[in-house]
Design a protein around this ligand. Structure first.
Ligand code: NAD
Length: 433
């Protein structure tokens, strides 16, 4: 028996790949069942990626009670982290006491880049001139016409060409031409890549040289969403801490994430706990989203937290701004049944609405985490979830999981030995009945 996969692994059917994997790595039944017990999902996996060998059944949960722009939403979230959905629902409940979250959103403009080497230096200088825009205007007219020809449907639905700019990159001696496109309800990566590829000859025809590459940038600085909540101090009530003191500590925590990049990384990770989980549930590209968000977080040269808090009279005001390169059509979104289910649960009809909810969710997720951190700490809530996992790992299934988790929490010893002993007793007691 070989301990390596055959060279033609990718050419096998998905069922054959799974047999080969099982033999090669001695996979047990639980591993095989867990990675592919439904034939139709195996077929789906097989058409989504090359060399598919199963699928990952990540929990899909629903955070409830989000009042966004006056409408109540439930938010589907796919995540492996235990406390994320509970924290979102908890935060939404508190924020709803003040009327919920108000949002705004920019137009869904994404940017394609074409990099030219050995461009005509005279033309490049004219394109990059800050005093005379005539060369850039001339190129812009050509790019607009070509874009309209490449993506006529996008222009018809109200999106399409929105402008261009040029920059000279001194280290690499490359001329960068950027084309800005309104992608309406798409995330836009494929749309932009198509435009960039098709417009290469138009650009080299104008400025000479040759294209090094043509691709979208995931830097989605122009496609941002903003969210804000206002919460009367009396609505901020939390056990064991005065509301005004809590608000002041939340505000200080926001300032801390603004000042200290190392704190900001964790602060923003917590925001993305929610936003990424919703992006994943809706079939969106989570890497593009996260790259855009973290780039935005250091737009002034230092990595900073994305939320801020202040007191206004007797109200705590929380706000967030972040880029939202998310689609409600395209990619895996209209294709994957779970993504379609998630969009149905969200009850939204456009990428703009999804972006607004992403901002609201990010803000609430941060509010929930920071309020816990500056009050009793987050470990208290986390251990309750950890106890469920310990019980499962120790062999508990069905109704025994919750009972065992409760006993583990009550005992206060969170390790596998304690969990095994509790689960063993519960199973034995059940068998004796
Ligand atoms: P897509 O290629 O599916 O294009 C969107 C399609 O939806 C277009 O054909 C468009 O005409 C159609 N459409 C229908 N109704 C629309 C509406 N109301 N608004 C807008 N378009 C509408 O998807 P995409 O969004 O261009 O690309 C997203 C995919 O590209 C993701 O799967 C992503 O992972 C992948 N990708 C990402 C990168 C990157 O981020 N660097 C690179 C390559 C590919």
């Amino acid at each position: 028996m070989s301990d390596r996969l055959p060279k033609d692994f990718r050419k096998l059917s998905i069922q054959e790949r799974r047999h080969v994997l099982a033999d090669t790595y001695q996979l047990d039944n639980e591993q095989l069942l867990g990675s592919g017990h439904a034939d139709e999902l195996l077929d789906l996996a097989d058409v989504m990626v090359e060399s598919a060998a199963g699928f990952l059944p990540l929990p899909l949960g629903i955070a409830t009670g989000f009042i966004v722009d006056g409408v109540e939403h439930s938010i589907p979230m796919a995540t492996e982290e235990p406390s994320v959905i509970a924290a979102a629902t908890y935060g939404a409940k508190i924020v709803a006491r003040g009327g919920g979250i108000a949002t705004t959103i920019d137009d869904p403009v994404m940017t394609a880049q074409v990099f030219i080497e050995q461009a005509n230096t005279r033309v490049a200088a004219a394109l990059c001139s800050t005093s005379d825009p005539s060369a850039l205007n001339e190129l812009a007219e050509r790019l607009k016409q070509s874009t309209d020809a490449v993506i006529p449907a996008m222009t018809e639905r109200g999106g399409g060409y929105r402008g261009c700019d040029a920059a000279w990159l001194t280290e690499t001696q490359l001329l960068r031409i950027q084309i800005h496109i309104d992608v309406r309800d798409a995330m836009g990566a494929n749309v932009l890549n198509t435009v960039a590829e098709q417009l290469k000859p138009v650009i080299t025809d104008y400025c000479g040289g040759r294209s090094l590459m043509a691709i979208l940038t995931n830097d989605a600085l122009q496609r941002r969403a903003q969210a804000e909540f206002r919460l009367p101090l009396h609505a901020l009530r939390r056990k064991g801490i005065d509301s005004r003191v809590l608000a002041e500590r939340i505000i200080l925590a926001g300032k801390l994430a603004h000042e200290d990049p190392s704190r900001a990384v964790t602060h923003n990770k917590g925001i993305m706990n929610g936003v990424t989980a919703m992006a994943l549930a809706t079939g969106n590209d989570t890497r593009g989203l996260e790259a855009a968000v973290h780039r935005f977080a250091c737009r002034d040269g230092q990595y900073r937290g994305l939320t801020s808090y202040r007191l206004d009279n007797d109200e705590l005001v929380g706000s967030i701004e972040l880029p939202v390169p998310l689609g409600s059509v395209g990619g895996a979104i209209g294709f994957h049944p779970v993504a379609r289910m998630a969009l149905n649960v969200l009850q939204i009809g456009s990428a703009g609405e999804l972006g607004r909810i992403a901002a609201a969710l990010g803000l609430v997720q941060n509010f929930a985490a920071v309020s816990a951190l500056v009050a009793e700490g987050i470990q208290h809530g986390h251990m309750r979830f950890h106890a469920h996992r310990l019980a499962y790992q120790a062999g508990a299934r069905g109704s025994i999981i919750a009972i065992a988790a409760e006993q583990i929490t009550a005992g206060g010893v969170f390790n596998s030995q304690a969990a095994k002993s509790i689960v063993h007793q519960l199973i034995t007691r059940n068998e004796q009945r």
